[in-house]
Design a protein around this ligand. Structure first.
Ligand SMILES: C[S@@+](CC[C@H](N)C(=O)[O-])C[C@H]1O[C@@H](n2cnc3c(N)ncnc32)[C@H](O)[C@@H]1O
Length: 197
């Protein structure tokens, strides 16, 4: 994973372990990826480097850091818009939705938007130890999807979801933590044998 190691390290939001980076690369290689709530688009550029066919960065805020950076603009397309203002597009069906540390305030448009990405969605975030990434309506949707890969880590989990054929499966620990009224520690969620990788 030479390409991943080039980008190794922590940002203010996410950290990827080697295993998570490999899972992300497997999910995006050769695919169209929509980075939903892309922030400074650094993850967009990583997935492009990992071999995504095309990357679309969506954020309501302009990518300030990128504009200041001296490096070239790699991402194919930037949609400076809200989730709510996006319309369904044909390519979404087979594209990968990438959700990294989604907002923990109400974003009804996001839960609606991700339904159009029928086949593949990668979630990176944390809902243990007091973190909250994503709202109830988003979790209601994710819980209906099948799980391709789930790689927990205390910094953040990476879950690659497939299509919505997973109804009836039990919740992953991070999903359980996300929908719990109480703060769940990472240890309680993962280290007590409730979840075995
Ligand atoms: C916590 S940041 C995560 C940024 C990036 N994914 C990362 O991991 O570094 C959430 C991002 O979602 C964007 N966002 C939140 N609500 C949005 C909405 N309704 N439409 C578009 N972007 C939104 C914010 O502007 C912000 O950049």
């Amino acid at each position: 994973m030479e390409a991943v190691n080039r980008f190794e390290g922590r940002t203010s939001m996410w950290t990827l372990t080697d295993d998570q980076a490999i899972a992300l690369a497997n999910a995006v290689q050769g695919k169209v990826v929509w980075d939903l709530g892309s922030g400074d688009s650094s993850l967009s550029r990583i997935v492009l480097h990992m071999g995504a066919k095309k990357v679309v960065s969506v954020d309501r805020n302009p990518p300030v850091k990128i504009k200041r950076a001296a490096e070239p603009w790699w991402v194919h397309e930037v949609r400076h818009t809200t989730f709510e203002d996006l319309n369904q597009e044909d390519e979404m069906r087979d594209a990968v939705a990438l959700l990294a540390w989604p907002q923990n305030c109400s974003t009804p448009g996001l839960a609606h938007l991700v339904r159009w990405f029928e086949n593949s969605l990668v979630y990176i975030g944390s809902n243990t130890n007091g973190a909250v990434c994503g709202m109830e309506n988003l979790w209601n949707h994710l819980a209906q999807r099948s799980v391709v890969t789930h790689i927990p880590h205390e910094y953040n989990v990476l879950t690659h979801y497939g299509s919505s054929w997973g109804a009836g499966r039990s919740l992953l620990p991070d999903e359980r933590a996300a929908t719990s009224e109480e703060v769940v520690s990472y240890f309680d969620a993962y280290a007590t044998g409730k979840y075995i990788d």
